[in-house]
Design a protein around this ligand. Sequence first.
Ligand code: NDP
Length: 298
Amino acid sequence: MKNLIDGKKLAKFYCDIIAKEVNVRVSQGKRRPGLAVILVGENQASKAYVGSKTKKATALGFESYQYSLGSDVSEKELLNLINQLNHDEKVDGILLQLPLPRGLDQTYLLNAISPFKDADGLHPLNQGKLFTGLYKHSFSPIPCTPFGIVKLIDLAYTTDSIIGDKEPVAIDLSGKKVVVVGRSTLVGKPLGILLLDKNATVTYAHSKSLNLSEITSQADILISAVGSANFIKKEHVKKEAVVIDVGINRNSSGGLIGDVKIDEIADKVKLITPVPGGVGPMTVAMLMWNTLQLSKNR
Ligand code: NDP
């Protein structure tokens, strides 16, 4: 397929910058950035994501700490661990892998992570900075998946060949209609805000939206963050649209597939992110980016 947006290559571009900066800082006698990842329960997909995040952190020269807890862990025990990491000098970023097993209050636990160690940008203070625009004045972590998607969209609208030497230029999306399918705190909601800030006309769609294809087929940029295989089909997309597939699903043979029926729409759209190799690697790269900035800020 020719019209793919190469998330792996773009992620490598950012990871190379991060690794270089870590090297320089270490040669100046500074501490390596420290990332602590907490995994709760036996969710196989979460295990795989945590594995790839800790592996990438180590590859970039970070100190990486992984905490794997059983699904029977109490909220109090989890709070104690978060508190301990909040006070650990070696830890700059804390990531609580979502989703959590039933019975654990995600919002409450995310709120316990220090906003100054909030690698995923999900603490209410950092979400507030995003929603008010304060994040533009000084660094505050932006949720990693939306952050990565914005860079992928910039890349999609960059006309010269940039990969390898230059960062994609931040594109103004004035006049562009964007539809975000999904309204989670992790992906959909913050992504819509970031795109509004780039002057796009943003529509959110969700499970209660009626006539979805009528809404999505208006989009110059269509983002699907639903988590349902083959959910977006030909009738959902406008000709020459840019499509960002956030979904991660399993096909019958256990392989990873996105939300978008890619074979059906590839000829119709301008560009599309593949799964795997699109949004996923950029999410990990932006997690590393956030952790490095948090470390520099301490
Ligand atoms: P959530 O389950 O929290 O949100 C899913 C959203 O999809 C909800 O807003 C829901 O609407 C909406 N939805 C469900 N069914 C429909 C429907 N029939 N029509 C329209 N909208 C619908 O998931 P997340 O946001 O956490 O993640 C979404 C997907 O992205 C998942 O597959 C996840 O694995 C993947 N993901 C990928 C990442 C990556 O790095 N590539 C990172 C994070 C997530 P409602 O609110 O009404 O229920």
